[in-house]
Design a protein around this ligand. Structure first.
Ligand code: ATP
Ligand code: MG
Length: 269
């Protein structure tokens, strides 16, 4: 089975994260085995991005969500490192500012959507408004519970206007999170990453699991599918994300535009 099909949340399916193994490697034994494949996928990504940019007809929006220390930053570093920075931008969504809070929750998101020819990466996203916001009751249930449908409608508008959307949930186990947070404490080069919030949020693990399950179940649509990426092994996570991105771009039926100029008029002497 192709990796993409294996980790797709089939629209309408009910996700139980306990049934998705975060340590899965699809039978690939080691990082060493995966690296040449990842290198090959990176080159393909580069060529496909070039075509996307040249064609300027569609854009690609990549949404990354994960528990703390789930590897969003690492995925961006490893998978996107081969892309041309011109035509690619990353937007990180933090605690909303006062100005952002004065608007509807999609306001800050919509304006960050990539334009035609571009790739946009959301490091966290509008899903925060049904995840952290729900877990901490930052708005009442009657408000957040309407957002699943609103998000589906919003993403449909984008899709109907040439934005191809892929959403990755980087799935790690609670033990793996513990290991990674401990590494941040032990390794001086990672001290800058230590944040009290990560340790506090860990106590809400079960609530976050539930909130993710609902978001994945209710918002995986044909026009904006969710993928649950086994992410305990960083090399495998990178491989699956790269593979899905390449296949998604290949399906976009892109072509170099024909010149409207009469090129025979240009003669170099
Ligand atoms: P890192 O992995 O490097 O820690 P991060 O994405 O966790 O990256 P931080 O600056 O540590 O970045 O945290 C951003 C914070 O913003 C998170 O705690 C997240 O829950 C919070 N946040 C994001 N969206 C919202 C929102 N809509 N409402 C409230 N808080 C939000
Ligand atoms: Mg953080």
């Amino acid at each position: 089975m192709k990796l993409r099909d294996k980790y797709l949340v089939v629209p309408g399916a009910k996700v139980k994260l306990a049934r998705w193994d975060p340590g899965d490697t699809a039978g690939i034994d080691s990082k060493k085995e995966a690296l040449p494949e990842l290198e090959d996928l990176r080159k393909k990504l580069y060529d496909l991005q070039y075509l996307l940019y040249a064609e300027k007809r569609q854009s690609l929006l990549i949404v990354l969500q994960a528990m703390d220390a789930g590897g969003k930053d690492g995925t961006i570093r490893h998978v996107m490192s081969g892309l041309n920075p011109q035509g690619c931008h990353v937007k990180s969504f933090k605690v909303p500012t006062e100005e952002e809070l004065a608007h509807d929750y999609l306001w800050r998101v919509h304006r960050a959507v990539p334009g035609k020819g571009e790739i946009g990466i959301f490091n966290r996203s509008h899903y925060g408004d049904v995840l952290v916001v729900r877990v901490h009751n930052l708005v009442p249930k009657r408000v957040w519970s309407k957002r699943y449908e609103q998000i589906n409608a919003f993403e449909k508008i984008l899709a109907d206007n040439g934005v191809i959307i892929v959403k990755f949930f980087l799935h790690i186990s609670k033990e793996e999170q513990q290991k990674r947070l401990q590494e941040r404490l032990d390794d001086p080069s990672k001290h800058w990453k230590v944040s009290p919030a990560d340790f506090e949020e860990r106590q809400y693990w079960d609530e976050y699991v539930k909130a993710h399950e609902d978001a994945l179940s209710r918002c995986s649509t044909p026009w904006a599918p969710w993928y649950v990426i086994p992410a305990n092994h960083k090399w495998f996570r990178n491989l699956v994300v790269a593979d899905i991105l390449v296949r998604t771009l290949e399906d976009m039926d892109m072509r170099f535009p024909e010149s409207k100029l009469d090129l025979s008029k240009f003669v170099l002497d």
